[in-house]
Design a protein around this ligand. Structure first.
Ligand code: C2E
Ligand code: MG
Ligand code: MG
Ligand code: MG
Length: 290
């Protein structure tokens, strides 16, 4: 009781830790409630062809829609879900909802061949995953070729034979594998010859850096993206730039040879219902114009 004024470092540290533990416990409770009461949603963000901006596919982005607090940011929820292993159940909900949404979108003219990219955490690569995914796509009449499995270096860094086996199994089933947030981890390039990858997603920090005020940073990041793109194409990989927010970024990336892009410039992540309304709306606008 002598050092209650907070001048003591240890005391401050303890309080901060306590706050963190409290908020983690709260997030964990929200995750559990969300699973039981169906608060999780799979938002969708279109991925466009940089040549013409037509929609090639969609990325499913998890959202927890709390009845009082509204949409909660996914980063915190995902890290707590990973620590508590609840990510497997959350992931199963997202897979089911996102694939059901893809099936709905497929009914819109011009959307029948679009793909769906789903994010996976390391823990989700359990032996039951391929059969579960197969059952969901089968039930919704979706070809496995339309599913992209997004993994990060965190998945590959585990260098776990089980993870490798399951990723390979998913690929044999027909799914494509995308390496997400490329360029942010360590020794990214070494993964490319050890792992079957079809798509490289260049992290949005690179998309920002190509217009950096510092000439040196700008030039080097442009060279890096060009190099990664050339290399990826030689390895028969498609390249997607993440986080495109401006016309200038879009123009530069297109000139540098990138195939696809994703970002607020084109579309924000949206609730599937809103997105479907928009897509149907733009379809009928096209029909009226012709
Ligand atoms: P990610 O897979 O790299 O997803 C892209 C993130 O960039 C998304 O953040 C998206 O909302 C955001 N974004 C898209 N365009 C722009 C842009 O133009 N500017 C900016 N500043 N941001 C943009 P979000 O939705 O907050 O998701 C964060 C991360 O959480 C994801 O990064 C992914 O790693 C993870 N995640 C999301 N959903 C799931 C899921 O269902 N399962 C798992 N395991 N992880 C997920
Ligand atoms: Mg992703
Ligand atoms: Mg990413
Ligand atoms: Mg990212």
């Amino acid at each position: 009781a002598k050092k209650r004024d907070g001048k003591n470092g240890a005391q401050l540290f303890d309080n901060a830790m306590l706050d963190r533990a409290r908020s983690r416990a709260e997030i964990e409770a929200n995750i559990e409630a969300g699973l039981v009461d169906n608060w999780f949603e799979a938002f969708l963000q279109p991925i466009v062809n940089l040549n013409g901006r037509g929609i090639a596919g969609f990325e499913a982005l998890m959202r927890l829609n709390h009845p009082q607090k509204g949409l909660m940011p996914p980063a915190e929820i995902i890290s707590v879900a990973e620590e508590t292993a609840k990510i497997v159940r959350v992931g199963n909900v997202i897979m089911e909802k996102a694939i059901a949404n893809l099936a709905k979108i497929s009914c819109i003219a011009g959307m029948q061949d679009t793909y769906l990219a789903i994010n996976f955490s390391p823990l989700q690569f359990e032996p039951a995953l391929p059969a579960r995914l197969a059952a969901i796509v089968g039930r919704h009449g979706i070809r496995p070729e339309r599913i992209v499995v997004e993994i990060t270096e965190a998945v590959l860094m585990h260098d776990n034979p089980q993870i490798r086996m399951i990723v390979t199994e998913l690929r044999h089933f027909g799914c494509r594998i995308a390496l997400d947030d490329f360029g942010t981890g360590y020794s990214s390039l070494s993964y490319l010859n050890r792992f079957p990858v079809d798509i490289i997603k260049i992290d949005q920090s690179f998309t920002r850096a190509i217009n950096d005020g510092d000439d040196d940073v700008r030039q080097k990041s442009r060279m890096l993206i060009e190099g990664i793109t050339t290399l990826s194409h030689k390895m028969n990989c498609t390249v997607i730039a993440e986080g495109i927010e401006t016309e200038e970024e879009c123009r530069t990336l297109h000139q540098m040879g990138l195939d696809y892009g994703q970002g607020y410039l084109f579309h924000r992540p949206q609730h599937a219902t809103t997105l479907i309304e928009q897509l149907v709306g733009s379809q009928s606008a096209v029909a009226r114009a012709s």
